[in-house]
Design a protein around this ligand. Structure first.
Ligand code: ATP
Length: 271
């Protein structure tokens, strides 16, 4: 039994954004908010359409992986965007959302949140949030983007293979028992609206660059780049204003790492 106001009315009341969530749906249970958003976008749903759920039966991660999505404890949402941005810059939306989520979580919980480039939020070395961005095309040739976010808020039973790399906000700070998911969601949307505006004005990540790099995990530390074409190690030097991770290898080469097929790890494990 849920004790917070995590429902259509509760979320609607908290939202103070100008255009994010101008169309809002809430599902007690859904296959995947990204899948539903994609279907809605195909049918012409407007920029800013927000789809929220309490439970996902087929929550998705990158590259066909799944996202554990039990009921009553977490936040799952997908946002439909029709950005005024050339298509090859769309990956900047993932970086932008990661920044907005991390900033809003830190600001509302006091927890030290870090970003594992490009799309995870990590607290004390464990993943608390994942972001999945997917692109689709309109019949007129334009494109839309669905940015999906899952955030672990309350303690829950994680599958054994996740137990040592996943956590929730409340697991990290027991004082967050009363944290309202609706409030947190609304704060994230506020942060995203501001960050998105900055992306549209600059047409790159200049406006959030310093703040993103400040929250970036392993900055100026050694990382291992899991590139399907060959793994390598180097020092992570932060992201560029177009969202690539800069990694300096042993011979002094500065490699620009593109997201997509690549994962980055700390030298001793997940982070
Ligand atoms: P990588 O670090 O390899 O790039 P990723 O962060 O891109 O991985 P995602 O696709 O974002 O991975 O997320 C899917 C993965 O996240 C799953 O394979 C699983 O390991 C982990 N995961 C699934 N559900 C949860 C959850 N509720 N909380 C934390 N981690 C989860």
């Amino acid at each position: 039994m849920r004790t917070d106001d995590y429902n259509l009315a509760g979320i609607g009341k908290k939202l103070t954004t100008k255009w994010v969530g101008s169309r809002l749906s809430f599902y007690e249970s859904i296959d995947s908010t990204n899948m539903r958003a994609w279907q809605e976008a195909q049918k012409g749903a407007p920029h800013g359409t927000l789809i929220v759920a309490d439970l996902q039966t087929s929550g998705r991660g990158r590259r066909g992986r799944s996202w554990e999505s039990p009921a009553g404890v977490n936040i799952y949402f997908s946002l439909i965007l029709r950005p005024d941005l050339v298509q090859d810059k769309a990956s900047m939306l993932t970086i932008t959302m990661a920044h907005s989520v991390s900033k809003a979580l830190a600001g509302n919980t006091g927890i030290d949140c870090q970003i594992k480039w490009p799309n995870d939020i990590v607290v004390n070395g464990k993943k608390v949030c994942g972001i999945l961005t997917e692109m689709g095309f309109n019949k007129d040739g334009g494109y839309y983007v669905v940015v999906g976010v899952g955030i672990n808020v309350r303690p829950q039973h994680f599958a054994p293979e996740l137990a040592d790399k996943a956590t929730s906000l409340e697991d990290e700070d027991g004082r967050l028992q009363k944290l309202s998911r609706s409030h947190l969601l609304a704060e994230i949307m506020d942060a995203f609206e501001a960050d998105y505006d900055s992306l549209m004005v600059c047409q790159d990540l200049t406006g959030i660059l310093e703040s993103y790099n400040h929250m970036l995990i392993n900055r100026n530390a050694r990382v291992r780049v899991l590139d399907p074409k060959g793994e390598y190690e180097g020092e992570s030097c932060g992201i560029t204003k177009t969202g690539e991770l800069l990694v300096e290898t042993a011979d002094g080469t500065m490699v620009q790492v593109y997201a997509g097929e690549v994962s980055v790890r700390g030298i001793y494990g997940y982070v």
